[in-house]
Each structure stands twice: as C-alpha cells, then as structure tokens.
Design a protein around this ligand. Structure first.
Ligand SMILES: Cc1cc2nc3c(=O)[nH]c(=O)nc-3n(C[C@H](O)[C@H](O)[C@H](O)COP(=O)(O)OP(=O)(O)OC[C@H]3O[C@@H](n4cnc5c(N)ncnc54)[C@H](O)[C@@H]3O)c2cc1C
Length: 332
C-alpha cells in the first residue's frame, strides 16, 4: 500500500506519524509545499484550549480534545519534554465562562477576590492548569520521529488530487485552510491571527482575557512568551500589521504591567482553518481512471494543537478502514 499525507503542519505531521505506526508495512509519504517554521502551526501559541470549534455541533471534539490533553500531559512528564517544550501551565482566564472542558483541565476553580484585584477591570474569572507545547520545537521533533520509523518526506505543491491518483492508494488531506481550493470547500474560511513572541522569563502564569476592545492573551512557553492576539474573519492577509502589533502590546501590558517596555520580539501571522465542523472523514472520489480514497483531516479552527493527537488517531483508523476496503475490492 502506498499512502500519501499532504500537509506538514501539526495535523499532517501527527497524522503521518500515527498512520506509519499503525500500518508499519505501508509506504507512507509526507508531501508538503511548506515545512516548519513556515506553516500556520508554527504561528500557534501551542496552548491546549478549545477555540473556534463547536462541541455541540460535533460531540467528537470532546474525545479528540481529551485524548490530546492526556497525550500532551504525558509528553510534559517524559524525557522528551525539553525537546518539545511540553509543560504544564497554570493561569487566569477572564471573564468566567464555565467551559465545557472544565473536567479535562486540572484544578478548575473561580478566581478569588485577591486574584481578581490583580486585574482591576475584571469582574470575575477562572483559574486552571492546562498544558502547552513549543510548536517550533515540536514540529521538527514529530518530523524526526516519522522519518525514524521509515516515513518519507517530499517537498512539492499539489495542485489537484488527480496528480496523486496513479501513484497512491490512499491520500490524507491535512492542508489546513489551503484545503479550500483543493477540496472545493467553501465552508472553510481563514480567521487571521497575529501575535508576537517576547523575552520575559519572569512571566510564569498564562492570562487570557476577553474585553470590549477584543481579546488579549499572554502565554509563557518554554522558550519565550507569546503575546496575542487577533481574530479577523475571512482575511487572507499574511503580512504583519504594525498597528495591530502595538494594539496587542498595549492590551497585554494593561493586563500585566511588567511587560512595559519589552524590546525583544518577533512578529507572527497565521490563518486559522475555520469551518462549522472539523472535516475528519473518508471520501471516495470518482476519477476517470479509478476511485480515489481520501481521508480528510482539516478545519481545526483555533484548536489545531488542542485536537491534533486525537484527530491523528482517528485519521489512522480511517486509513486502516480504507486499506481494508482496497484489499476487499482487489480480491473480488
Ligand atoms: C495566531 C494564532 C494562534 C494560535 N494559537 C493556537 C493555540 O494556542 N492552540 C491551538 O490549539 N491552536 C492555535 N491556533 C490554531 C492552529 O495554529 C491551527 O489550528 C493549526 O495550525 C492548523 O494546523 P494544520 O496542520 O491543519 O494546518 P497548517 O499548519 O496550515 O499546515 C498546512 C500544511 O499543508 C501544506 N499545504 C497546503 N496546501 C498544499 C498543497 N496544495 N500542496 C502541498 N502542501 C500543501 C502547507 O504547506 C502546510 O505544510 C492558532 C492559530 C493562529 C493563527
């Protein structure tokens, strides 16, 4: 069996790895136009926290989120934590939202009066422990693991699924927001996000805050501190906006005054692949020569990190199902 995973963001890399692990006899190729550090996944804050996905519309989100949380916690407790930046992280989220995932995260509770005094504009909020990755370390680490178990990497842009029909038995689509054209899916839209990374090693708690001007978040990762951020619907602009940078800085400094005057930073922009539901399913595409089997795994919105491991497991299950279908058809 020849299987090809298209896309080398967090979804494609984790899918390729889990498929190669689940199907050791298969020849798994990972094809991508761009690799780390040039994917949307490299822009991500790396924080486990469901965002821009709808668990009511798609209850499977809960399973994928929990599986990924458990995996990230295990990684944070393993000897690979230093290489991936996986770490448990506690902090504040305002206002209080009573989230559906409060039984997944650790130690969820209301903020105390004393804690609320740290953020004078907040009326209420919650405190909990979640988990983070440093994506720019984690993505190369996944790639190395995939190669180590026999996976092959190919740098190439795919313009149509037909290009892959002759060479591969099964194709796995992990193209993020760029799947829109390849799969002719108009329900998939970009939600642009901008953030900056600064050197502020004294920040030890995360702070997430929704306020009348938008949202501000501060995420201390293993190697720097992420300051965000924006959510611009249907905006394909991947260039840094300097005005937006200043808005992010001032929003975060208002929350945590010790960030005042921070000089060292880098700017990052990415397009979240937003869709009413994550597309994770097996499609049979009829082509003039044969029926192509495509497993779609895209549309994770602002939750690609939060869902990736659970979704990769489901993608591997669908690939195994597709292999079985191929074998049955061939033997008929
Ligand atoms: C500012 C910002 C902050 C975020 N913070 C978080 C966070 O803290 N936690 C969280 O869970 N999520 C976060 N997200 C969301 C997360 O980054 C995305 O959900 C995730 O990156 C999607 O990953 P992906 O692998 O599907 O897509 P991508 O990372 O975009 O990867 C797509 C891959 O497909 C390849 N590709 C596309 N088209 C083709 C083609 N035609 N041929 C060949 N290759 C192709 C690309 O080159 C790329 O390698 C954030 C997003 C942004 C923008």
């Amino acid at each position: 069996m020849k299987i090809c995973v298209v896309g080398a963001g967090i979804v494609g890399l984790s899918s390729a790895l889990r498929i190669q692990e689940a199907c050791p006899k298969a020849d798994v190729n990972l094809i991508s136009e761009k690799f780390s550090p040039n994917t949307t996944s490299d822009v991500s804050g790396g924080f486990w926290g469901p965002h821009l996905v709808d668990v009511e519309k798609q209850p499977a989100i809960r399973t994928w989120a929990r599986e990924t949380f458990d995996y990230m916690v295990t990684l944070a407790r393993s000897s690979d934590a230093g290489q991936t930046g996986a770490q448990l992280i506690s902090g504040y989220s305002m206002p209080k939202e009573d989230p559906w995932f409060k039984d997944i995260i650790f130690g969820y509770r209301d903020m105390t009066e004393e804690e609320l005094r740290l953020f004078p504009e907040a009326k209420n909020g919650e405190f909990f422990t979640s988990v983070m990755l440093d994506v720019r370390s984690y993505l190369p680490w996944l790639l190395t693991r995939f190669r180590a178990i026999g996976g092959t990497i190919i740098k190439r842009k795919v313009n149509s699924w037909m290009e892959l029909a002759d060479e591969y038995d099964i194709v796995v689509n992990c193209c993020g927001v760029y799947a829109r054209d390849l799969s002719n899916d108009e329900s998939l839209q970009p939600v642009r996000g901008q953030l900056l990374r600064v050197h502020a090693p004294w920040i030890k708690h995360f702070v997430l805050c929704e306020h009348p001007q938008g949202s501000s978040y501060i995420l201390p990762s293993a190697f720097d501190v992420v300051l965000g951020g924006t959510h611009e619907q249907n905006d394909w602009n991947e260039n840094v906006d300097e005005e937006v940078r200043e808005t992010i800085r001032s929003g975060c400094t208002k929350l945590v005054p010790s960030l005042q005057g921070i000089k060292s930073f880098s700017d990052w922009v990415g397009l979240r692949p937003f869709r009413p539901t994550v597309r994770l399913e097996l499609e049979t595409l009829k082509t003039p020569r044969k029926n192509m089997l495509i497993v779609h795994n895209y549309g994770h919105g602002g939750s690609g990190v939060t869902l990736h491991w659970g979704c990769a497991k489901e993608a591997a299950r669908l690939v195994a199902k597709a292999i079985q279908a191929q074998i049955t058809t061939t033997n008929l």
